[in-house]
Design a protein around this ligand. Structure first.
Ligand SMILES: [Fe+2]
Length: 150
């Protein structure tokens, strides 16, 4: 699949999980845990695949350097908060408010990516690279998903 289509689908998948999570109540502990686990798996698969496959294709291109650095920093912030949430009791308001923060952080990141990084990358890469890079991203994502089992 075209790498840009694929990465946008990832963003949508994560957005859906956040909105499912927002609908849960504190007493639905199991539902929260299951959704959070899916969220974690999808977020990590997406970030790691971008870092291992997508960003390296752009990193030698000076005009893309800064935006990639921003992207990586944002991934790290997301991961840090993700791990902090794992240590919180799932039924609490504190937990939901941290999940909401994570949602906002991710939303900011995806908007930046869709508005700035993808258009820049479309210019810097050749059209015939879009599909093969998409295939590589997908492979790494699947490997990463297998590393975060239930
Ligand atoms: Fe990203």
């Amino acid at each position: 699949m075209n790498v840009f289509e694929l990465l946008k689908q990832d963003h949508e998948r994560v957005r859906r999980l956040f909105s499912e999570l927002a609908k849960t109540q504190g007493r639905q502990k199991q539902a929260r845990q299951d959704l959070f686990h899916q969220l974690k798996r999808e977020l990590l698969a997406h970030s790691h695949a971008e870092e291992r496959v997508f960003y390296p294709k752009l990193v030698d291109q000076p005009p893309a350097h800064d935006i990639i650095e921003d992207g990586i920093n944002e991934h790290h912030q997301v991961e840090k908060l993700l791990h902090r949430i794992e240590g919180m009791p799932v039924e609490t308001e504190e937990w939901m408010s941290a999940v909401t923060d994570l949602d906002q952080m991710f939303e900011h990141h995806t908007r930046e990516e869709e508005a700035r990084v993808f258009p820049k990358a479309r210019q810097l890469l050749r059209d015939d690279q879009f599909e093969p890079i998409g295939t590589q991203v997908e492979q790494v994502e699947n490997e990463e998903r297998r590393r975060t089992p239930y």
